[in-house]
Design a protein around this ligand. Structure first.
Ligand code: THG
Length: 373
């Protein structure tokens, strides 16, 4: 099946859609009710180019929830079990967000602009509604809105060189998960060293859609000799890197601990977090299933658009949720959720792929462990 995506106003265009179309996008996804390019040349060709050169990604669909006002910090801490007390303006934190049962609602990047001004850079769920509900239900003194701010990611080994040409040499001094303010056509923009790959790079939070295409064109022009191209989050690189995708690898049915995001939780000290009591219980006992890297044998796997059961004999002991053939590692790579009894590295399982059973092995770590810091 490879039918067209019917276009309509409710599937929102971005400030960069014109550039993405001009660059020859061949597959779209929809994320936060907004267009997200998924493929340009082919997943394999896009992957090779990302790892060797530099790409400009329209990730506008990582919408911001903006909090403004005196209760902003209090509201932020209600949303996440990560302790935010030590977070300074200029920092970004990867923050699991949970409901009252400890179930994952989103796994955004929090951007602290000031004590009373934050952005929550969303994964694919309608978190704005939850945040507005909390703010109003608790009668907090805070404004909650979705501003006209669209992230444009510049990813790949030549990202520093390209960004220095457009924004100046100071961009090289921005540290991982920190941001600075840089000027483009008289507009001050937040630029962070971050992004949804492990190939290194930046995210430009483009405030004001009107400068979207001018900035897109400036990056393409400045990087012509660096072989800059339009790109997008790449499935193969993402799975090799163990970057989780909300809605695919985890849902509200999972706790952060099951997702391997326990290192981003400080449940003891995150006073005010709405899911704190529920998470204190799971943190005490430990999860009974958890995300694991899984290597799958055989020829390149088909696309994973449903859970594939992981079997130990006749017993289902988990599932895989994202899969890809890795050209660099010469194996199928996957993200799985595995029961405690079978999650040790080296455990041999069978995955029930749609085209038949295949051997699978639990690994101790994901494949890409370099690049972003
Ligand atoms: N950037 C921004 N917003 C986003 C994403 C992004 N929103 C949606 C989605 N991506 C959220 N999910 C993730 C998942 C992983 C990371 C960031 C956002 C990530 N993780 C690193 C890791 O796991 O190694 C580093 C985390 C850390 O050390 O703090 O970068 O990409 N703006």
């Amino acid at each position: 099946m490879n039918a067209l995506l019917a276009r309509a106003r409710r599937v929102r265009r971005t400030p960069f859609t014109e550039g993405v179309e001009r660059a020859g996008v061949t597959a779209w996804s929809v994320y936060n009710r907004m267009l997200l390019p998924a493929v340009f040349e082919s997943p394999e060709a896009d992957y090779r180019h990302l790892k060797d050169h530099v790409q400009v990604w329209d990730v506008s669909c990582e919408r911001q929830v903006e909090l403004r006002g005196p209760d902003s910090a209090r509201l932020m801490q209600m949303l996440t079990p990560r302790d935010l007390r030590g977070m300074l303006p200029g920092q970004c934190y990867y923050v699991p967000m949970v409901d009252e049962t400890g179930g994952m609602l989103n796994d955004p990047v929090a951007v602290k602009l000031a004590e009373d001004r934050w952005w929550i850079s969303l994964a694919d769920s309608d978190l704005l509604l939850w945040v507005k509900g909390i703010a109003n239900g608790y009668r907090l003194d805070v404004l909650v809105d979705e501003p006209d701010v669209s992230p444009l990611a510049v990813q790949g080994p030549k990202a520093d060189e390209l960004m220095a040409r457009v924004f100046g040499e100071d961009i090289r001094n921005v540290r991982f998960f920190r941001f600075g303010w840089f000027t483009f056509q008289g507009r001050d923009l937040v630029i962070a060293r971050s992004g949804y790959s492990k190939q290194g790079g930046f995210e430009i939070y483009v405030a004001g859609g009107d400068i979207g295409m001018p900035l897109w064109d400036a990056l393409m022009e400045a990087g012509a000799d660096l072989q800059v191209r339009a790109g997008c989050p790449n499935l193969i690189e993402r799975v090799e890197s163990g970057l989780l995708s909300y809605g695919n690898d985890m849902t509200r049915a999972n706790t952060p601990h099951e997702c391997g995001l326990g290192r981003f939780c400080n449940t003891q000290t995150a006073i005010g977090c709405i899911g704190r009591d529920a998470l204190l219980r799971v943190a005490m006992e430990g999860p009974v299933r958890q995300i694991r890297p899984i290597a799958i044998g055989g020829a390149p796997v088909p696309v994973c658009d449903r859970l594939w059961p992981l079997m130990a004999g006749a017993q289902t002991v988990g599932h895989v949720s994202s899969t890809a053939w890795s050209p660099d590692f010469g194996t199928n790579v996957a993200i799985g959720m595995v029961r405690m009894t079978h999650w040790d590295p080296g455990t041999e399982l069978t995955v029930a792929a749609p085209d038949g059973p295949r051997p699978a092995v639990v690994r101790d770590r994901f494949w890409n462990d370099h690049g972003s810091r």
